[in-house]
Design a binder for this molecule. Structure first.
Ligand code: J2J
Length: 547
């Protein structure tokens, strides 16, 4: 089982008491929340999607009943409160009742992305000691069920693979509902994934109390109302389309969520027109593609009121084109699965919306901008107002530690509980945050996060590779791409194509396969006789920048 205080770091009792007293934490679970929403919005549409090319449309009452049945079915299959279940689902309507079913059963979803492959899923399952994997059969020509079964074969804790759309799952989802004990709202509700910077991605424990606070506030800040229609264009298990304001924000407002099976402009524009979508969220490269496509579409996009853009920096030029091209308001969002989410407000002056990534959700989000050259700067080492520094944060929905990661937590958090985001920011007197760079060893590939060390480790598993360093190189479309510098083992001459194939075949998400591979005779020596990976990456990144 899981051990509170050891596996995950709770907020200090007096801080938790403060968040409760101020009404941020309400002592409500996801299951109880859906029950309350269903009482208020029973016959309104909650979820719209497609299954095998056929439209699916569920009201709140139908969603609620499905979630109850799935919960009962899961319990019938031996899933118990506190069990972890890896969820790897694309944007299918079943995602919503299945996740609420898990919550009602007291189980913790571990949210994998559809792009993840064997190596990542095995890590999530092993790290969380998951008892089951919930996935689909085929998606985008990948056999997810087969990958999940292979992972189940590798990780002893995994007892079963549940496949949405299979007759077995349909049976499970037809189980008679039953009364189940409500889990502890202050306890962990699910594990979200970190973008990662070291080794393998860390797991992020989020509680019912803290997450629902961020969801309610996100729905308010994005002005969702019962007749709003939210399009989930990005993969829904990611924190952004889940909660900023996302599917959950839409549910909170009594609004409908439309799940787009793919995020391309053709699919999105078709759904915006047919469902009257009023708000959606994308990453900058997708916003750029939509802006381009808007010039030649015959689709009616006039219902669209707000386009959120975030996950990576939205440049000024792109920001300026969004409103005119799509006929909607831009809302910038700077968030992280660890917690803190900043939004520009819908009534902010244009200049703020175009040039900043917004301000925090909560007045109780504490922001410290500290000495950027000192990786262990404490929350007291703040830079002068308006100067660039490393962003630290703590607050009512920002974690105090990763799951089962005591050693990593010692450096990822300050002793007084601030999370080191790894982002370099400048803070305006108004509290608006501008993201100007990054201190963490991560590549932000158009919103998809790649940990340099994780890819280096895959490369170094190749017998012809002596050493590898992965850095970001500027890219017109994605903002950044990955470049792997590789020093071959004595006598070896690996090719770029061979190394890229090797990484792919180790079973990793396609977005982690290095875009460029440069085989070099040796790395520049950065220190006196000693090469630090951090300094080496900085030197190589500078080299790549010059081209
Ligand atoms: C620059 N960098 C950004 C932005 C995120 C909403 C929106 C995004 C995420 C997300 C999220 C950025 N400009 N506007 O969880 O709820 C980079 C930063 C940050 C990291 C977090 C949400 N928006 N970033 O992207 O956990 O480097 O969450 O620390 O995937 O993305 O990545 P992730």
């Amino acid at each position: 089982g899981t051990n509170p205080g050891v596996d995950h770091v709770p907020w200090p009792a007096e801080v938790a008491a403060r968040y409760r007293a101020s009404g941020h934490w309400r002592g409500q679970t996801f299951g109880a929340w859906l029950t309350a929403l269903t009482a208020a919005y029973a016959d309104r549409t909650a979820v719209v999607g497609e299954r095998d090319g056929n439209p699916v449309r569920w009201t709140f009452a139908e969603l609620d009943e499905r979630a109850h049945r799935i919960a009962a079915g899961l319990v019938g299959r031996g899933i118990r409160a506190g069990d972890r279940v890896v969820v790897q689902l694309p944007n299918v309507p079943e995602f919503v009742p299945a996740v609420f079913g898990l919550w009602r059963a007291g189980a913790w979803p571990v949210f994998a992305l559809p792009a993840h492959r064997h190596s990542e899923l095995r890590h999530f399952a092993a790290q969380s000691e998951a008892v089951a994997i919930l996935t689909v059969d085929q998606h985008e020509r990948h056999d997810h069920a087969a990958t999940a079964r292979a992972v189940a074969g590798d990780v002893a804790s995994v007892r079963e693979v549940l496949v949405v759309g299979s007759p077995e799952f349909d049976d499970l989802a037809a189980t008679a509902p039953r009364e189940l004990p409500d889990p502890d709202p202050a306890g962990v509700a699910f594990l979200q994934l970190s973008g990662g910077s070291t080794g393998l991605p860390k797991l992020i424990p989020r509680t019912h109390d803290d997450y629902l606070y961020s969801v309610r506030e996100s729905a308010r800040i994005c002005a969702l109302r019962p007749d709003s229609v939210y399009l989930a264009a990005l993969p829904v298990s990611h924190n952004y389309p889940l909660s900023s304001p996302g599917i959950l924000g839409a549910l909170h407002a009594g609004a409908a969520t439309v799940l787009a099976p793919r995020p391309d402009a053709d699919t999105a524009f078709r759904l915006i027109e047919s469902e009257g979508v009023t708000i959606t969220g994308v990453v900058p490269p997708l916003a750029a593609a939509w802006v381009q496509a808007a010039g030649r579409t015959e689709r009616d996009l006039s219902t669209l009121e707000v386009l959120l853009v975030g996950g990576a920096k939205c440049g000024r030029e792109l920001a300026e084109r969004i409103g005119p091209a799509l006929g909607c308001r831009l809302q910038q969002v700077f968030g992280m699965a660890e917690g803190l989410v900043c939004y520009t407000r819908l009534d902010d002056p244009d200049e703020i919306v175009l040039s900043t990534q917004g301000r925090p959700i909560s007045l109780d989000d504490e922001i410290r901008v500290v000495d950027p050259d000192n990786p262990s700067a404490s929350s007291a080492d703040v830079v002068a107002p308006g100067e660039v520094g490393a962003l630290l944060t703590r607050g009512p929905y920002t974690i105090r530690g990763y799951y089962r990661a005591a050693e990593h937590n010692a450096t990822a958090f300050t002793p007084d509980g601030f999370y080191r985001t790894g982002d370099l920011v400048r803070c305006a007197p108004s509290g608006h945050v501008e993201v100007v760079g990054r201190a963490k060893e991560q590549i932000n590939r158009g919103g998809e996060k790649v940990a340099a060390e994780e890819v280096e480790n895959h490369l170094m598993a190749h017998p012809a590779v002596l050493d590898a360093a992965v850095v970001a190189v500027p890219d017109e479309y994605l903002g950044e791409r990955t470049c792997a510098y590789v020093v071959p083992a004595a006598g070896s001459t690996p090719t770029a194509a061979e190394l890229r194939r090797f990484v792919r075949e180790r079973g990793v998400a396609a977005f982690k396969v290095p875009d460029l591979v440069e085989v070099v005779a040796a790395f520049p020596v950065t220190g006196v006789g000693k090469t630090s990976k951090r300094e080496l990456r900085a030197a190589l990144a500078a080299l790549a920048e010059k081209g």
